[in-house]
Design a protein around this ligand. Sequence first.
Ligand code: ADP
Ligand code: MG
Length: 351
Amino acid sequence: MPLGDTLFGGFGSDMAIDLGTANTLVSVKGQGIVINEPSVVAIENQQQQQRVLAVGTEAKEMLGRTPGSIVAMRPLKDGVIADFEVTEAMLRYFINKAAGGRRRMPWHSKPRVVVCVPSGVTSVEKRAVFEATITAGARQAFLIEEPMAAAIGADLPVESPTGSMVIDIGGGTTEVAVISLGGIVNATSIRIAGDAFDSAIVQYAKSHFNLAIGERTAEELKISIGSAAPLAEEVDVEVRGRDLLSGLPRTLRVESEDIRMALDDPISKMVQAVKDTLDETPPDLASDLMEYGVVLTGGGGLLRGLDERLRHDIGVPVHVSETALTNVVLGCAAVLESPEYLSQSYLQQQG
Ligand code: ADP
Ligand code: MG
């Protein structure tokens, strides 16, 4: 049994949760990351009654393919909680699954849970997350601001007086934050991230090729050949869609330059948000950043050439985190395991 468990009297299932707009990750103390699934819930509507049919991976399979009475939804899609009850159901499902399916736990063996929510979430919505976490079976719940969790997970020196900048590009939101002395100095959150990249590709296929493609195909194109700066070797792939003129299925070769062109508008807006955040940063911290650079994280941070584009447009050194997809949950887990972190002001607590 890991030492931590004996110290905490058997609260072996303390948990860290990254409630992301695209993916939810759960890490259990002593076990590491045990859940990494899409933040999707499939709901059946019957005579004004809602029933949760599936959550996570299984539910994502249903997105865009469901019959009339079933909807597959992403309750946090734009970084705000679209539906409290659905978010609560999702959170409860993931907590129970991570705890090994035990539904009723005696109080003393209930876990402590650190949850990270997108920073666009309002205080009313945060309260709802707290309540959902407690009713899902947590003894104590902590909420942490996303950029802070991402920075801790990426091993940035958050306590140091030298500023760090983290750019976390998720599905629904991009969070840009400057951190120094254990606090967020300034931050910007915009609703342009991975999903906006996908829609830009859908739009481009429509307007340039008269081809209708789905969001999932667009996401595949983005990940396989998308880029934010010229590639050493440009590539092409075949896409299948529906011809908008004939209404029939059509196959087409798409080049990486096309996808780059499609992504240019959302990427320019994102670069502008980073510039704006730098503009609002106190000059001494800003010069630290120009020297030591910024860290790109989140799934969207993995887009090819985005680091190069930021270096070129802003002139700061940029580093893509090797753990881009897991930094937030790693940061939450680090917080759980360190009593110093648990007393910090960027954590809110209930229970
Ligand atoms: P969130 O924290 O909002 O749940 P994630 O950090 O999990 O989001 O990132 C999800 C987004 O990252 C999706 O839009 C996905 O398409 C995108 N993504 C994942 N891997 C890559 C990649 N290799 N290149 C570009 N985008 C990626
Ligand atoms: Mg995230």
